[in-house]
Design a protein around this ligand. Structure first.
Ligand SMILES: [Fe+2]
Ligand SMILES: [Fe+2]
Length: 374
């Protein structure tokens, strides 16, 4: 049996993908250090109660489940995530320095997020004995390993790479109960889809703004994330309590607010990157929130009111508080202490204001399954 793959894109399993040559990269300390960071804004690694997860019974959604698994097993994206003739030469040395810094930051953070999914899914597959659950997580881990490997290919051209093996062992893991994993991971898959497809469609109209070839891969890429989101929607569908009790509705609102707020703040840290793409960050944010809201109404009984008069102004305050916080971090003594206290208080107040905006109630359809349509 041929178990040695030279590229993660051609691998059939997560194990093969992780053993591929493009994963065994030379460490570059700066990139790995960045990926190691655990702040509110950086991608984290998660762990959960695997036994509880293993006890899921997918019988109530069997038909949709089997259909989705069959699609994923057919593996339409096998071989896709590697450079080919479409990969134009990248002039890293000629790239404007601020853009280069922000773009590398974007790639490192995307790679960490992809790999975070890979690690969690792989662990679920390893610890589980429920055939349905382990099969799904094996397939999703395979996809995320390819995605992370491909971003590392792009980084390597700039002389950088994230040491994924090191991250697996050394990065701190955050524990989430399974239901929080469903909410958070479901949302991150769907918002990931919305982000990739929005950039892809924008660059289809403005190809002159495509300053790096990786964006050409975003369409197939986002279809993987779409399927992963579908899987979590089905998992949640097996237990109506997850989306119907008032406590869980509050949790859903909390996760929606946190995920949207984090994206807004993070994207505003990369003005040069969005300028280069010709994307207005506020437009982009709202566009992605709208798509994610529409999609997540497939399972969540509410949408955030992103057109509420307080929504954007409060997001701006949240972002300003975070920017001030970052400035304060670099100071010393009393200025640092006061700056941090002020930034934290204002960020918390902004978050509470966002959370208090009334939601738009919705009724999820009987049939949960959707196809990518943007
Ligand atoms: Fe991914
Ligand atoms: Fe994914």
């Amino acid at each position: 049996m041929n178990v040695h793959n030279t590229h993660s894109a051609d691998a059939s399993t997560v194990e093969e993908a992780l053993a591929a040559d493009n994963h065994n990269v030379v460490d570059s300390e700066g990139a790995t250090a960045l990926a190691m960071q655990n702040t509110l804004l950086t991608p984290r690694f998660y762990t959960t109660d695997f036994e509880e997860l293993d006890a899921i019974n997918v019988e109530p959604v069997r038909e949709d489940w089997d259909h989705l698994i069959a699609q994923m097993k057919a593996d339409p994206n096998k071989g896709h995530f590697k450079k080919n003739a479409d990969w134009d030469t990248v002039d890293w040395d000629g790239m404007e320095p601020t853009l280069k810094r922000e773009f590398i930051d974007f790639l490192i953070s995307s790679c960490t997020a992809e790999f975070s999914g890979c690690v969690l899914y792989k662990e679920m597959k390893r610890r589980g004995s429920n055939k349905d659950v382990t099969e799904l997580f094996q397939l999703m881990a395979r996809d995320e390993a390819r995605h992370a490997g491909f971003i590392n290919d792009a980084l390597r051209e700039a002389g950088i790479a994230v040491n994924l093996g090191f991250l697996t062992q050394k990065k701190k893991y955050t524990y989430f109960r399974p239901k929080f994993i469903y909410y958070a991971t479901y949302l991150s898959e769907k918002i990931g889809y919305a982000r990739y497809i929005t950039i892809f469609r924008h660059l289809e109209k403005h190809p002159e703004k495509r300053f790096h070839p990786i964006f050409k891969w975003f369409e197939e890429w986002c279809n993987d994330e779409f399927s992963h989101g579908e899987a979590f929607a089905l998992l949640m569908k097996t237990d109506p309590e997850l989306t119907e009790t008032w406590q869980n509705k509050l949790w859903i609102k909390f996760f929606l607010t946190a995920v949207f707020g984090t994206m807004y703040v993070r994207d505003h840290q990369r003005p040069a990157f969005h300028d280069a793409l010709g994307v207005d960050v506020d437009w982009y944010g709202q566009e992605v929130f709208r798509k994610t809201s529409d999609l997540s109404a497939q399972i969540f009984p509410m949408m955030l009111d992103i057109d509420h008069p307080k929504w954007l102004p409060t997001l701006k305050r949240l972002q300003k508080a975070n920017a001030d916080l970052a400035v304060a971090e670099k100071k010393t003594g009393l200025a640092r202490m006061l700056g941090k206290a002020s930034g934290t208080t204002r960020a918390a107040a902004a978050f509470v204001t966002l959370f208090m905006i009334p939601v738009v109630k919705s009724t999820p359809p009987e049939n949960v399954r959707m196809e990518p349509s943007y």
